[in-house]
Design a protein around this ligand. Structure first.
Ligand code: KIV
Length: 293
């Protein structure tokens, strides 16, 4: 059947169908996402905080995003794969952006790229689109600017700030973005932007008025259980399940109830007899190990 086009989101918006996207950073997770039929995944630079243990997304490198994009592409047959342009890989010039995005697409085999920023980055988007690179925008709470924003703060909280966000969205649409993430903005502002833009909006912490939603894999599956920001819902408690499983495993290894012979491999009877004979002759022992053979 082949991979879905990024433009399928716009068709969904036109039909009034909502869609759910999710972040992904590895092969087994990508396979599950594809099985469920989620239309697209984002190899977000959130991999810095979720997988690599950084304090923010700022230290994430292009090499790290490429490294994590490859297995996600290998694990998906249907979902399109958007890879994040990390901090510092595109802001200095459109040429930098083209070089970095080209690496995400050639080495990582991403379908499209995402970058953060409003009207000021629109000329870069235009250049990327001109050379054939599909671009997802990202406005509102843009984590790469966390130091400039003074923390992970909700954006667009005044009428003037909301109008600026709307204008940013319009500029990115005019520049050729195929969709846009609205992160951490009040629900009425996100609903207004979603109504005014023809391209699909993808909300995270932006309320139900967006055309689609995106969640971070580790957040929604409860893999970092102490971290439950308001914009997230735990759809599973995977950390708890994994912790219980690890504790059971350790207990059973220590008390000897795992592994049993059900988890072991047999030796052919003739080989066993010969082994007994050889080791018995050589060492004087008549058996090998604690099992009753
Ligand atoms: O990096 C990321 O995961 C993101 C999503 C939160 C949209 O940018």
């Amino acid at each position: 059947m082949g991979r879905r086009s990024v433009h399928s989101l716009k068709a969904m918006k036109q039909r009034g169908e909502r869609f759910a996207l999710v972040t992904c950073y590895d092969y087994p997770s990508a396979r599950l996402i594809d099985e469920v039929g989620i239309p697209g995944v984002l190899v977000g630079d959130s991999l810095g905080t979720t997988v690599l243990g950084y304090q923010s997304t700022v230290p994430v490198t292009l090499e790290e995003v490429i490294h994590h994009t490859k297995p996600v592409v290998r694990g998906t047959e249907r979902a399109f794969v958007v890879a994040d342009l990390p901090f510092g890989s595109y802001q200095a010039s459109p040429d930098d952006a083209i070089r970095s995005a080209t690496r995400l697409m050639q080495e990582g085999e991403a379908t499209a790229v995402k970058l953060e920023g409003g009207a000021h980055i629109a000329s870069t988007v235009t250049r990327l689109v001109e050379v054939g690179i599909p671009v997802m925008g990202h406005i509102g709470l843009t984590p790469q600017s966390v130091n400039q924003l003074g923390g992970h703060r909700i954006q667009g909280k005044t009428a003037a700030a909301a109008v600026k966000l709307l204008n940013d969205g319009l500029a990115l649409e005019a520049a050729g973005c195929f969709s846009i993430v609205l992160e951490g903005i009040p629900a009425p502002v996100a609903a207004l932007i979603s109504e005014r833009l023809a391209m699909p909006t993808i909300g995270i912490g932006a309320g139900p008025g967006c055309d689609g939603q995106i969640q971070v894999w580790h957040d929604m599956l409860g893999l970092l259980p102490d971290f439950l920001p308001r914009h997230t819902k735990h759809y599973a408690a995977l950390a708890e399940g994994a912790r219980n499983a690890l504790a059971s495993y350790q207990r059973e290894v220590i008390d000897g109830s795992f592994p049993t012979l059900d988890h072991a491999f047999e030796l052919d009877q003739d080989a066993l007899e010969e082994l007994r004979h050889l080791t018995g002759e050589a060492t004087g022992v008549t058996g090998v190990g604690p099992f009753d053979w």
